[in-house]
Ligand binder design. Sequence first.
Ligand code: NAP
Length: 310
Amino acid sequence: MSYDPELTEVFTAADLAGGGEIFRKLNPPARLAVFGDPVAHSASPPMHNAALRELNHALQYVRIRVTPEELSEALRNLASADFIGASLTIPRKQAALPLMDEVSREARLIGAINTVAVRDEKLCGFNTDGPGLAAAISEEFGIPLKELSVLILGGTGGAGRAITVQCALEDCPSITIANRNPAKGDQLAAEIRESIGKQVASVSLDPKDLYSAIPSVDLVINATPLGMEADDSSPLSNLSEGLLTSNHLVYDTVYSGGETALLKQARLADARCAGGFSMLLHQGALQNALWFGAPAPLETMREALQSLRN
Ligand code: NAP
């Protein structure tokens, strides 16, 4: 099989069995993959393959459909199929953690991994979503995350937990999570207080809570899925005009391409705002750095992602 940079084929977990012959026969061989279900539309292969070409690595990154039942065996087969590692998508991120031989502190605190690196035949789990968000904030707004008081909408989801833990590890001046189900938020706040020793305020997404929280924060982050569909409303749609101001920074983790309702709301309030493209880019660049032990070719990866949007 010849090298195809636009390879959209989806392999199966069974392909990894028996030494992963099918991946060895590709030209160049596949030694990295994203595991997910669905996985056909993942933006990771073009982004990572662009980096691999730039770095002159004779290997490619492919998509593998992995169901929950197949996850354990697929991970165990990575080493014998000569894979360097894998990216994991929701909901494999949580399920994979107990299947690792070693887990980074951040990933353990988050309770999920998005990156597997095979080192000395051991499975090592990492999570680059939090550091990716921190790099994105710094790039988009020119201010380090650690200097900002942060409000995270949907703080208890996969992305939300990673972001909340990152804010706690960076010792942000204040952290508030606003959750549809406040009991889950209270639980996460208690966990972070115990594990990191950082105070996290937990409120609901009700307007009365948001009215008291928003004026005192610098940065509002949307980590709910609201915005992924074109007709989704903003998670702040119930708030009257004037609450968001030009003093706020607004980051929407949604990377659907167009302007989300939240970003529109922020733009109309003259707040500086950015969408989740930069987080996607930086979490990917950090994965590449974990696999190869050197800084990733960030601009090449950015161009590859950008071309998907055009
Ligand atoms: P998730 O695990 O399903 O978590 C969703 C969170 O949002 C939970 O806290 C949930 O609260 C809340 N939520 C769900 N539906 C809601 C609604 N209709 N109204 C209010 N709150 C709601 O989702 P995820 O995988 O973390 O993804 C969340 C977002 O992050 C998505 O937009 C995704 O695109 C984005 N993301 C971006 C990147 C990136 O690199 N840019 C990476 C990962 C994820 P409950 O607990 O109350 O259900």
